[in-house]
Ligand binder design. Structure first.
Ligand SMILES: [Zn+2]
Ligand SMILES: [Zn+2]
Length: 341
């Protein structure tokens, strides 16, 4: 596909989309019903439908019997870990092999023309972004994801959370499935905003931000505190009346869905004519500029409400620069106050 029909490429070879990032269309004023209806398939397919499919697979074929889950045990915890790790290895690995190893799409639709593997850096374990990100994902974050999962299933199995059945509450549970990606965004926005606070950033979140040019393995490359907070989104389903399948769906939006923000490509070409939208740009801009787009795709446009939304345009740049300028002035004013006799 000709990516220049959809955007522009600068002198360094970095590609940027021509269209501005938009928040979910139900926030548009005046309200445009047609636009919302047209957006629904894109909301469901393929990503959220995929997370639901894996949640069902897990519930029916991976998760042990309720009776067995009433007791915490290493046996079923390690089983869940091995399935989660294998699934992520295959799922993320597919993107890694196609787009970063074989480079089937070269740099078409690629935001940053460089490939991390070509640029060793001291900030990473063994100077390798790939190896560092891979090890952190499989030996830190996925074990923590599994720990959240085990805890959540153990609480459900023991009847300590409100477990609604599909037969009795089909409408409520279906609605909960539809808002789960929004719960994810709100949860992620606030924990993410928190770990961008200076001391916490240096202690925790800088690990994830070492990857300025993220690739699939960067998705779950996190400090343990972040890995736990991030997947703890599923624990909201112990607080609100829910069902374990919806809770696993919520967990998979976090675990599997993390790759979306870190693909590095705007579109994944399927045929010469068609391509899949990655939904990666908002989070790519976050990795590039740090203090913008803390949330996700704008299902709940918290970034817009808090003034940190960057829509990828020049106006977005200008708004960000104005904010940085103000921040600098505040810091300087504080410094001169403390320096005064
Ligand atoms: Zn990220
Ligand atoms: Zn961040």
């Amino acid at each position: 596909m000709d990516d220049l029909k959809f955007g522009t490429r600068n002198k360094r070879g970095d590609w940027a989309p021509g269209a501005r990032l938009e928040v979910a269309p139900y926030w548009d004023r005046p309200f445009n019903l047609l636009k919302v209806v047209r957006w629904i398939p894109e909301y469901l397919f393929p990503w959220n439908a995929f997370h639901m499919a894996t949640a069902l697979l897990w519930w029916f074929f991976v998760v042990p019997d309720v009776e067995a889950m009433k007791t915490l045990g290493w046996g079923w915890a390690l089983w869940l870990y091995s399935v989660n790790a294998t699934a992520i290895f295959v799922f993320y690995g597919t993107f890694e092999v196609i787009y970063y190893v074989r480079r089937k799409q070269a740099t078409r639709f690629k935001y940053n023309a460089r490939f991390p593997a070509d640029h060793p850096s001291d900030v990473f374990w063994f100077k390798s972004q790939n190896l560092d990100n891979f090890l952190r994902s499989f030996f830190v974050t996925i074990p923590l994801w599994t720990a959240v999962e085990v805890f959540m299933l153990w609480v459900f199995a023991n009847g300590w959370a409100t477990w609604l059945s599909w037969a009795d509450h089909p409408v409520y549970l279906a609605a909960l499935v539809l808002v789960s990606p929004m719960i994810h965004e709100v949860h992620f926005f606030f924990i993410h905003r928190l770990i961008h606070w200076g001391p916490l950033y240096r202690w925790i979140h800088s690990v994830h931000h070492n990857s300025i040019n993220p690739s699939p393995w960067s998705s779950l490359s996190m400090h343990p505190v972040e890995g736990l907070l991030y997947h703890a989104v599923a624990l909201w389903h112990l607080v609100i009346p829910s069902n374990p399948i919806v809770a696993i769906f919520q967990l998979h939006i976090a675990g599997f869905g993390a790759v979306n923000g870190h693909l590095g490509f705007e579109k994944l070409e399927v045929t010469d004519e068609s391509a899949l939208d990655s939904h990666a740009y908002a989070h790519y801009l976050h990795h590039k500029y740090f203090e913008v787009n803390y949330g996700g795709d704008g299902l709940i446009p918290l970034d817009r409400w808090f003034g940190t939304w960057h829509d990828g345009t020049r106006e977005g740049d200008a708004m960000m620069d104005a904010r940085f300028q103000k921040k600098k002035e505040r810091v300087n004013a504080r410094a001169s106050r403390t320096a005064a006799p």
